[in-house]
Design a protein around this ligand. Structure first.
Ligand SMILES: Cc1cc2nc3c(=O)[nH]c(=O)nc-3n(C[C@H](O)[C@H](O)[C@H](O)COP(=O)(O)OP(=O)(O)OC[C@H]3O[C@@H](n4cnc5c(N)ncnc54)[C@H](O)[C@@H]3O)c2cc1C
Length: 465
């Protein structure tokens, strides 16, 4: 008997929505494993994700749910993030460690913050440049926020949409003043403590969620057709077909476009082409010795160093490396049409190593026992000005042909795993035709999903019993 729902992709979004749907569903997945972008690889005793992942959320209910699905396999850590600035390493976020800057930089940052001419000028900001200036003043912006954000998003800050502002906390003025004088303060409090699976890498989360799922692996959706009896047919590269009443797709929207045996209006093609997604190099190192710094991550605003961030996966969980070793992973985001994206793996490795060794963040070659370069075509969804309108247009058109877009590269939203769960619940409520208070429904959905995943109620954390 065929399932009512077909879900394309066994990443976090596909697996999450599968947990919440009330009618039968099956997942088709092109890989031979779950996890999508949140999956992990294992080499020479090290565990790495495809780009470092950590678990945190402003949504306590969802955070508790994800943690509970991991049972005992969970590690809680305190963030120890840094920023590379001029010749020094300072605390993250930048505005919470002004005292560690050279005196002149500290003075300029606090002066512009206090006497901020942009506060009134951009009281209703139109883009992220205006929002950053209004919130932080020119000193902090020109030294860190502008160069770092332009490096990650690869577009000028004035082209970044206000949608991004939701992700950036507005720090209390008192904290910035204190940080300039040398008092210790913390920003981004919802990330101060984070979680990570003790073993199995970040993929362990999806491994836990696949328990109740029917998954057809190595089914690479190659064609999508609408049938005469109003079903949707998915055909893989070998010609095998599956039919569903409704399809939820988490595959990248730029790819699904070319799989449709359905005429796509020009307007939709153009809107998809205008949605920007940045690719990424991931450079991983396994290192002999004891990690001297125990940093969680270091951010690099410098424009002459391609790396935007490095992370130390053995600080997420010591099981991410063999005893007596530690690991480091560098992320290099760039635009698809940039020179950087055309660099070879060897060039990327050499540049990354040299830059990190120069800064004392990576030891000499004789201590490095693993070097690996991976490329990911999709990593960052870019919120440029105009993004919302294009994304809305695309989502609505797909929905009109019975395909529901869900997930980071499909619904096209800059989300982490927590928001993947939130969006999956919203779609499931709709498709299940459930009515009522969202908060209550969300809590009920999470409770029953957890019961599905755990065999006995005694395994549930108190909140869900
Ligand atoms: C570099 C990076 C760092 C991140 N850091 C964090 C973090 O610290 N914390 C966090 O929680 N999240 C983080 N995320 C986000 C997290 O990885 C995503 O939220 C999550 O992977 C999105 O899940 P998804 O299911 O929407 O999409 P995906 O993970 O992309 O899953 C889509 C699935 O669809 C499958 N698929 C694609 N095409 C086809 C096809 N034709 N046929 C069949 N199947 C197909 C893919 O194989 C994949 O399994 C990060 C992401 C990146 C890229």
């Amino acid at each position: 008997m065929s399932s009512h729902f077909g879900i394309i992709g066994a990443g976090p979004s596909g697996l999450a929505v599968n947990l919440f749907l009330k009618k039968s569903a099956e997942i088709v997945e092109s890989n031979n494993h779950v996890g999508g972008h949140a999956s992990s690889f294992f080499e020479k005793g090290f565990t790495f994700d495809y780009g470092p992942h950590i678990l945190f959320s402003k949504d306590q209910l969802i955070l508790d749910f994800i943690i509970a699905t991991l049972g005992e396999n969970i590690n809680r850590c305190k963030r120890n993030n840094k920023i590379s600035f001029k010749d020094r390493i300072i605390k993250y976020p930048f505005e919470n460690d002004l005292h560690s800057l050279p005196l002149e930089d500290n003075y300029e940052c606090i002066r512009h913050f206090i006497f901020n001419q942009y506060k009134n000028q951009y009281s209703i900001p139109n883009n992220m440049r205006e929002w950053f200036l209004k919130t932080f003043g020119e000193g902090i912006c020109s030294r860190y926020l502008f160069p770092y954000n332009e490096k990650v998003w690869n577009i000028p800050v004035e082209k970044l949409s206000m949608s991004l502002a939701d992700r950036i906390p507005n720090p209390p003025a008192e904290d910035i003043l204190k940080s300039s004088l040398g008092y210790s303060t913390e920003g981004y409090l919802h990330q101060l403590y984070y979680f990570y699976p003790t073993t199995g890498g970040y993929q362990a989360i999806c491994e836990a969620w696949k328990k109740s799922a029917t998954i057809i692996y190595q089914f690479n959706v190659d064609r999508i057709q609408l049938t005469d009896n109003k079903k949707i047919r998915l055909i893989d590269q070998t010609g095998i077909a599956r039919e569903y009443h409704q399809v939820i797709s988490t595959m990248p929207v730029h790819e699904i476009l070319y799989k449709l045996d359905i005429k796509v209006p020009n307007e939709i093609k153009i809107a998809i082409e205008q949605l920007i997604v940045n690719p990424m190099f991931i450079v991983s190192f396994g290192i002999r010795g004891i990690d001297p710094h125990q940093y969680t991550a270091v951010y690099f605003p410098e424009s002459d160093f391609w790396v935007n961030r490095i992370s130390f996966p053995c600080t997420f969980s010591s099981a991410n490396g063999p005893e007596g070793y530690y690991s480091l992973q560098a992320e290099i985001t760039c635009a698809k049409n940039s020179n950087i994206w055309h660099k070879t793996a060897e060039e990327m490795l050499a540049h990354t190593k040299q830059g990190l060794q120069k800064r004392g963040l990576l030891p000499n070659d004789e201590h490095i026992i693993l070097e690996r370069v991976d490329r990911k075509d999709q990593s960052y969804v870019v919120y440029d000005v105009g993004y919302e309108e294009n994304a809305q247009k695309v989502r609505a058109w797909f929905s009109s042909i019975g395909i529901i877009l869900l997930g980071r590269f499909s619904y096209f939203e800059y989300i982490n795993i927590d928001m993947a769960v939130d969006r999956a619940i919203k779609i499931a409520i709709d498709l299940n035709n459930d009515k009522g208070d969202f908060k209550q429904l969300k809590s009920d959905y999470l409770k029953s999903a957890l019961i599905k995943l755990t065999s006995t109620r005694s395994e549930l954390c108190p909140q869900y019993q």
